[in-house]
Design a protein around this ligand. Sequence first.
Ligand code: SF4
Ligand code: SF4
Length: 80
Amino acid sequence: MTQATEEKKPPNIDIYKAWCKACGICVAFCPTGALARDETGSPYVKDPEKCAKCGLCELRCPDFAITVHEKKERQARGGQ
Ligand code: SF4
Ligand code: SF4
């Protein structure tokens, strides 16, 4: 009786500021506009409801500074 919003729960995205160089790649590749840049250029989760959990931001970040938890599984990954 307490699992009402399980499907719609917002994504869990961590941005490690210490590693982030504010290049904006993650924001540029985000297909839904869930991410945005603040006045210093650093990314933040502007609209978590828009996140499709595609994992592109994590994949494209050159510094491994952003992690999307509960990503949708990609199927054609093969063994590893
Ligand atoms: S997981 Fe996809 S939709 Fe969500 S913030 Fe990252 S790039 Fe955008
Ligand atoms: S792609 Fe990585 S380093 Fe660049 S702004 Fe996004 S989190 Fe920061």
